[in-house]
Design a protein around this ligand. Sequence first.
Ligand code: CA
Length: 533
Amino acid sequence: MCNHRHLGSCLLALTLAVSTSLIASERPNIVFVFSDDHAPHAIGAYRGLYESLDPTPNIDALARQGMVFRNSFCTNSICGPSRAVIQTGKHSHKNGFMNNGNEFDAGQQTFPKLLQKAGYQTAMFGKWHLKSTPQGFDAWNVLPGQGEYYNPMMLSPSGRQRYEGYCTDVVTDLALQWLKEGRDPDQPFLLMCQHKAPHRCWMPPLRYLNLYDDVEIPEPDTLFDRYTDNASPARNQEMEIDRHMHLVFDLFMDPPDGFDPQKEVGTDKSAFRNLQKMSDEQLRQWHAAYGPKNEAFRQANLNGQDLVRWKYQRYMKNYLRCVKSVDDSVGQLMAYLEQAGLAENTVVIYSSDQGFYLGDHGWYDKRWMYEESLKMPFIAKWPGVAAPGSTCDAMIQNLDYAETFLEMAQADVPEDMQGESLVPLLQGTTPDEWRKSLYYHFYEYPSVHMVARHNGVRTERYKLIRFYQFDEWEFYDLETDPQELHNQYDNPEYAEQIEQLKQELSRLQAYYQDDSDQQVMPADWQNKYRLVP
Ligand code: CA
């Protein structure tokens, strides 16, 4: 299943034999660059809609030097829970962090603690998002909560400190500083460099405020999806570019006369607050860039689908500008590893906590088990082990990362971790018993964006989703319907496959010991829980 494009099989076997003995004597360093909400289809190496815009030259360079996992998925498509799964190698119901509203029990077993015990130095910089104080790190400096794009406050063992500059750059500088001066050069290390970008509110760095100004961003086919085939939750969400994306808070239009931010409900006001913390010079450049664009928007006086299209363009340009800052970070870290002579014995991984809707189905945000938010990027360079320019199509999950890092460090993987080490896949072999189906469970409801709780199972070809609070189901044939526009749950031609997937869902729930899907919504839920009138 893992395809090495540039190596013959004999040469490959030889390389693996040599590399396996090499890693037995020398344990690799691990640099884990992790962003927030970076969908694979906004990475050049994943060949998405935006490939022609060359959004990620440095991440693509990493891909050319390593392996791209094309079927990489999360277990619960939201920021904090994804991080908790990675820390523990356990599904949300086992690690206790099911929603962003939870607090991570940092006292539990995590892979950084186990790496420390195995003789690794561990460091964590940037977006932590688990509320509790980080444990298991020799050095850490994190963004409290969601963090801020400009001049972010950061929290370290020595207290809170505000850093002047753009968040991605600040976090990259802290990571580089630790590599240069903070670590003991005689020990292997784990460095987690975790960015806020490109999370909402999509505030780009000053250097990219005008990037893509003269470009028309391609539109996804499903920008005007009306969810006619879906179960009811898709029609009751609150994440549409049309109805829920805010011109002032999300897209940086100047507030109209008499605008009262307090009166705007159900929206994220973090950009508005962050603009008030920017320096005069930062604000001067900001307004110099957005002022003329905002004036052009006012002159155009758009409405209906034209307005949605404009919002999509503004959103995607800002999103990709933020992506560019993350890509710069990957480039800087890789350049330093090269320059310091560390590149040959350092695994570099790029991933992000889940996928994201880039106007797909008319949405922004994540949460759903549909492909755009279920997928995660996972690209790994491991010199001498993962063949350069290779791809892997086996189904992997963030559930597997902890086990992978432990095996790389030649440390034992505890029995109670629920994923599988990716090391064999990186070596070019997919074990016969590798997973043929994956389990998903999203919990955060009723809450922001109003995505109903659901669990489900995905195989290579099919997907079954159960919105258990409403007793509604969806079933998709991904081979004939990759955009998931045709719910086949009531189609008798699929009755057999649906029954098989229902059995598989039960099997996976028993295997992972998850019975946390019992909640049912009351009939008058709309009166009780709707956030946006
Ligand atoms: Ca996220």
